[in-house]
Design a binder for this molecule. Sequence first.
Ligand SMILES: [Zn+2]
Length: 278
Amino acid sequence: MPELPDLVIIKERLVPQLLNQKIRSVEIVDPVVVRNLTGGVLDDFYNNLSFLKIERNGPFLDFSFEKMNIVIHPMLSGKFSLDPKYKKKDLCVRILTDGPTLNYIDDTRMGKVYFLKPDELGRISKYKEQGLDLLSEEFTEAAFLKTMEKNRQQTRVFLMDQSKLSALGNAYADEVLFAAHIHPKTPCNQLSQKEKSLLYKSIKEVLFSSIEYIRNKNAPLDVKVRDHVKVRNRKNEPCPNCGTTIRRANVLGYDSFFCPSCQPAKGQQFINWNRSDS
Ligand SMILES: [Zn+2]
C-alpha cells in the first residue's frame, strides 16, 4: 500500500508517538518478512533501546536506536498501526514499548523488516541506490532534466526507476503522467522541453497535494487513502477532465491507467485499442 505520500504521513504520525519510547520486546510473528542482519539473537540487541529517530529513505522507513536500526520496506501491502485492536496472529512483527505498540502487518508478505547495525545499511537491497529524493531540495528542475538526459525508457518506466527518482510507485506514476498529459509509453527522448518541464511540475504538484490530502483526511494509520486519485484503478470510469473512458495498458509488466484523450500516444507509440491488453 504505502507510496511516498503515505509514508510521509505514517512517519509524521509515528514520530510523536514513538520517539524516546523504550523497547520492551520485539516479537517476530511471521519470520518470512524478517531479515536479521545482526548475526545475533534480536532480543539481546533490542532490550531497553529507545527510538531515537524515524526517517524515510525513498520507500523505506528507518527506525534508529542506540547502535541499532530497524528498516522496514513495506512494498505493496505493508501496513503500520499503533492500534491495540490487532491480534498477534494477524501481525508480522510487533514492537512493544513503554508507550504504544508498533504493529507491522503485511497480508502478501512481500515487504521486509530488516534488523541491523547502522553501518550495514548498504546490505539492504536498493537502500543506498536510491536516486533523487522527490521531496528533497535537491529535486530541482535542472537535476530532474539531467537525470532524464538521453534517456530512452518509456516515461512511466523512467518515473518508477528508483535509482533515478526516489520514489514513485504504480499509483502516483499514473497520477503524475495524467497531470502532465503524457502517455505512459512515450519514450523520454520523444518528450519536448515543455513536456519535460510539465512532468517535473506534475511530480511536485501531485505529491505535495496528495500529502496534504492524506494529512487532512486523518484516516487510521492502516487505512489506504486513495479516493483522491484521478485515473489509478479507474478503468472504464470517465476521465475527470474530458469524460473519455479511462484505459488500462501494460507497461513492462505493470498495469498503467490513463486517459487516451488527455494523454494521447505519440507517433509510433499508437496503440490499437482493439487489442487484448487494453
Ligand atoms: Zn481525459
